[in-house]
Design a protein around this ligand. Sequence first.
Ligand SMILES: *Cc1c(COP(=O)(O)O)cnc(C)c1O
Length: 352
Amino acid sequence: MIETAPPPPPPPALRLRVDKAALAANWQALDALSGSARAGAAIKADCYGLGLDTCLPVLRDAGCAQFFVAHWSEVAAALRHVPAHQIAVLHGPLTGDDAAYAKATGAVPVINSLQQARIWAEAGGGLCHLMVDTGINRIGISPHEASDPVLAMLDIDLLMSHLASADADSVQNPRQLSALRVVAQQIPHQRLSLANSAGIALGADYACDLTRPGLALYGGVPRAELAGALQQVARIEAAVLQRRRIAAGASVGYNATFIARHDMDVAAVSLGYADGFLRSRGPGGALIRGDARLPILGKVSMDMVVVDCTAAPGLVAGDWLEVPFYLPDVAQQSTLSQYELLTTIGPRLRRC
Ligand SMILES: *Cc1c(COP(=O)(O)O)cnc(C)c1O
């Protein structure tokens, strides 16, 4: 161990750029599409991998005043930017320790079961949200539990449910909406909330009082109707580490899955699956240099990927390549979901 701090590191050979103007515009577009309802924002999982410290101030300054995290461990980071009463914790209190932490910080629990309602009441209660499961069958009280006396002890701001199939034209959508409306008649609450990003495209009925977009804020397009309203937020670039000429018959990468049919120029690029560029993005994938498309050759490694640079004759070490990241297109090409593409962005990229 060295006693003195090392000097600051040189600039990295890969970078994630978050387009803050596009992020703000996406929230504003989703808020407008929510009609008379307001849009909140799902900021769980480090703002879907794009960095909470980068994204949360932008959402707040755009006008957002209701934020959703999943875990209690995500509260402290959000508290650096927004007041506690605007932070809802979706997983709710699993233990008395969770409830005590909610009381101590002021973050608001989403109550998901009668058991969680009891835990909250025993910790002293106070303002909370309530999740009703209307058909996704994950967490939330069941509609038949709506008359349980323990719920009458709760002071409920948001009465919420979550759509299972909002990205499709499914009969499940209207069924879930009606189920929530029935429960809303039985349980006193301040605001009603159902729609996630895709749900916003289902129309005004689904918007209720508050919508909860996540994916669409960060440039994901869960339904084609939203494509025109949303902008790409994340851009990723990686630098060429080395260019080399390989002979016909030579192979590239682990297990030699690519074999050159003729002599060709290839380039190793500083991006791999540890950065979220998973192996499924290799086959059929490419990196971009200006107008040129440089196909990926062989298996993606942990810290490197190799591309065919025939289409970029002047390419040298240190040059930057663009990693395609328009989410609906990349999802289709890679078989990963748009959510997975965002949330698997690796720590080396998030830090830059
Ligand atoms: C993650 C989450 C959202 C946001 O969903 P998107 O599909 O990303 O818009 C909304 N509500 C709940 C309960 C969630 O867990």
